[in-house]
Design a protein around this ligand. Structure first.
Ligand SMILES: O=C(O)c1ccccc1N[C@@H]1O[C@H](COP(=O)(O)O)[C@@H](O)[C@H]1O
Length: 219
């Protein structure tokens, strides 16, 4: 079980959240987002994690960025993972892995209809993991909207997958027992305001996750 907390903007919160048990910390590299961080700001946080001796995966979240941009930011900000949250094609995923083989690639699909689940499965051979998020007409992510979990019960791609979209400490147990994803991803459900996490909610989340321990970062 992997637990990604996304939309981190502060070093102290990053360290505290990783110490609570997050296996992955997500940084938003989409300039339109209220959670956006510059590459230099992400680098400051990843350096602070290193200095504190905290080991965690660091995920840059992009939407329709160029390969060059992503490569440069991944290097500058010391990212282990890239999450593609836009309309990136299969070919772009293949290209990214060919050009940056050391990166772990997560393709996010925003699910509106059953066809999107079929689409998601087509990416499985070309990425390291899939992530399902809720669809919103005007926002790419961090929406707080949940997916229709009933529609996902038979979703079994050939690669690991993570569930995102409106997860909270209150609904996460139900999501895990209903769907059995390989990982979960939360942002607004553990937040005071965009980018400012509520550490009491993060603690509550990890209490709820105890039955699913041990949490493993191997993804
Ligand atoms: O959080 C954002 O602002 C964001 C912007 C652009 C692309 C993705 C973004 N976040 C992703 O949204 C889900 C979590 O959302 P929720 O608030 O828990 O419903 C997660 O995958 C983030 O990486």
């Amino acid at each position: 079980m992997r637990v990604k907390i996304c939309g981190i903007t502060q070093s102290e919160q990053a360290i505290a959240i990783a110490r609570h048990g997050a296996t992955h910390l997500g940084f938003i590299c989409v300039p339109q987002s209220p959670r956006y961080l510059t590459p230099a700001a992400i680098a400051e946080i990843t350096n602070a994690l290193d200095a504190a001796g905290v080991v965690t995966k660091t995920v840059g979240v992009f939407a329709d960025a160029t390969l060059e941009e992503m490569g440069a930011i991944a290097r500058q900000a010391n990212l282990s993972h890239i999450q593609l949250h836009g309309q990136e094609s299969l070919e772009q995923c293949q290209q990214l892995l060919a050009e940056i083989p050391s990166i772990f690639l997560i393709k996010a699909i925003r699910v509106r209809t059953a066809a999107d689940l079929v689409l998601a499965e087509t990416y499985a051979p070309y990425v390291d993991a899939l992530l399902l998020d809720a669809y919103h007409p005007d926002q790419l992510g961090g929406t707080g909207l949940t997916l229709d979990w009933d529609a996902l019960v038979s979703f079994r791609p050939t690669c690991p997958w993570m569930l995102a979209g409106g997860l909270t400490p209150e609904n996460v147990s139900t999501a895990l027992s209903t769907l059995g994803p390989d990982g979960i991803d939360l942002s607004s459900g553990v937040e005071h305001q965009p980018g400012v996490k509520d550490l009491a909610l993060v603690r509550h989340l990890f209490e709820q996750l105890r039955p699913w321990l041990p949490i493993s970062a191997e993804l």
